[in-house]
Design a binder for this molecule. Sequence first.
Ligand code: PMP
Length: 430
Amino acid sequence: MFPVWFLVLEIWSFKFHLVLPPQSFSHQLSPRCRSPVSTDSLNSELRDELRRLSEQGLLRSRREVIPLPGGQCRLNGQTLWNFASNDYLGLADDPRLKQAAIDAIQVSGIGARASPLVTGRTDWHARLESAISRFKQTESAILFPTGFAANLGTIGALAGPDDIVICDRLNHASLIDGIRQTRARLRVIPHGDVTACRQQLQQATGTRRRLIVTDSVFSMDGDHAPLRELHDCAEEFDAILIVDDAHATGVFGDRGTGLLEVAGISASQRVISIGTLSKAIGLQGGFVAGSSVLINWLWNSARTQVYSTALSIPVCAAAVTAFELITAEPERRHWLRETSSQVIAGLRQSGWHVPDPARGPILPVLVGDAALTMQLASALEERGILVAAIRPPTVPAGTARLRVSLCVSHGQEGIAALLDAFQAVRATQQ
Ligand code: PMP
């Protein structure tokens, strides 16, 4: 436990660290809006920008979804198969997770009541940290409020202006924002291009640290990073490999621990594994698994962890149960992998373009045009299927797509409904 004087000192010093505000992977305001704007005219300028997005078919609108059991949901009075969730293993609604959460609430209440270093880290949090480090086979683990915060906080704690960070072009926004805040030399490489990574490291002279940062499963394409080759590269150039295993944890690997396991890379000082509880675990929150030294450093320097309230107690309790189930019930991830091949084949058969590298529960159906993508998503919705319509700036211009996310709860009934609806919509396109 840290003495009180240490906490006061740390909090004081953190408050005075200068960091660039994290920028998101968001729309750029048009040049007109970069000049100083009075508050009076702000609303009218924002209205113009929103109109511009609408004209480009890029306006986002919010809706209210009512989750239902069995991989379904209700939206605007209609019951739909929900192929737009990240609950790959169907754990968000599992009775055993629900019971674990309820039991924990009965004992300790709901909120953590403070940030972790003050009094927010309870015995529930400690149990979850141990469950994660056992599962990921690392010495230690640390929790974050979200996966986004885990990426932001971890990169912020490890890199600075004297460092170089190699970043895959399709990395998640949280990794990109995490790198930007550090003022490290950012080198964006083409997607999955190990040669470009090697070239950048060869040219990196006079740097303190070299970091290679990558998603393991890319969230908009469902394809996999070349982790083995990136790891070799990290060894050759004495670099650190940071892997966001968000979409792989619980899904890939014999033990279900993710793509580092598949690549045969065990935790070491060179490899940092970041994850989230918000995908296959069915909950919310982020984590980092690694060596004790690394985790102690993050306890002392990851701002998104130190200055944010600890995860809620029912989430911690349910997550411990989720990791037990992932170990005990491998058939869930086996179903996902087998069904993914079946769905890819079915979609291609009815004429849809599913790119080759896709495998696992995230399946992109490439459309190209953003407005057409929205129309197709509505047509599928009319046929009882909810998929995510993904447009720029989340993906590069001209690569708008429908993203199908599989969940064990869909069962064969849901998969048949999905393939039928895609086939029917395709027929209307020809
Ligand atoms: N990394 C990746 C690859 C993601 O897809 C996401 C979520 N979209 C995150 C991190 C952020 O995780 P969370 O939702 O837990 O903040």
